[in-house]
Design a binder for this molecule. Structure first.
Ligand SMILES: [Zn+2]
Length: 198
């Protein structure tokens, strides 16, 4: 196993990491996002993390990723008819987390799960290539950050968009989905009633 793959494997196996700080989160103001027009409160602590890909170009620095965030937001508003970017957070290949709807507002992609799920998107298209280690580490830090803030249950599960979509989507891409499935927190049979078990 290559060193880089090994590191990713360790992180995604949810081995306890001694990380107490939250990752660097680029605010909506910093990426020049439009304000949120509709705010539906999440039920907290959230139970699921729903993993997405943005299906947009990949980005490697804050300037590129901010452009992608604005493009995604515009697409969701103007093409999908949503009031805002659908995701709660996005992650770039620069290792930064980009604020979407944040911890407290329901996401817009999966209506039946939105009330108690954080929609987490990796910016890019990951059918054949995997997100890099920095972005996986940022995702793990974000999850631990959410738990430490009481926004997310420590009993959280990971699921992929394709598992709960009524449309025929392959989101979050085949390569990323295969990695998500290796995580010990992956839930093969997501069920909305799981929220009542913690
Ligand atoms: Zn998706």
């Amino acid at each position: 196993m290559k060193k880089n793959n090994y590191l990713i494997y360790i992180v995604l196996l949810d081995v306890i990491l001694y990380i107490t700080a939250c990752p660097r989160i680029i605010s909506r103001t910093q990426w020049d996002g439009k304000p949120i027009s509709i705010k539906m409160q999440l039920i907290q602590p959230a139970y699921y993390f729903i993993i997405h890909q943005s299906s947009s170009p990949i980005c490697f620095n804050q300037t590129e990723c901010s452009i992608q965030m604005r493009n995604i937001q515009n697409f969701h508003i103007h093409s999908n008819g949503l009031p805002d970017i659908a995701y709660n957070f996005c992650i770039g290949q620069d290792g930064n987390v980009y604020e979407g709807r944040g911890w407290d507002v329901q996401g817009g992609d999966m209506s039946s799960y939105n009330a108690y799920a954080i929609n987490l998107c990796f910016i890019g298209t990951f059918d054949t290539t995997m997100p890099n280690f920095k972005s996986f580490l940022a995702a793990q830090e974000l999850i631990l950050c959410g738990i430490s803030k009481g926004k997310v249950s420590s009993a959280y599960s990971l699921i992929a968009h394709r598992q709960i979509s009524s449309s025929d989507t392959n989101c979050p891409g085949n390569a990323l989905f295969s990695e998500v499935k290796r995580n010990l927190r992956f839930d093969y049979n997501p069920n909305q009633s799981n929220q009542f078990y913690f």
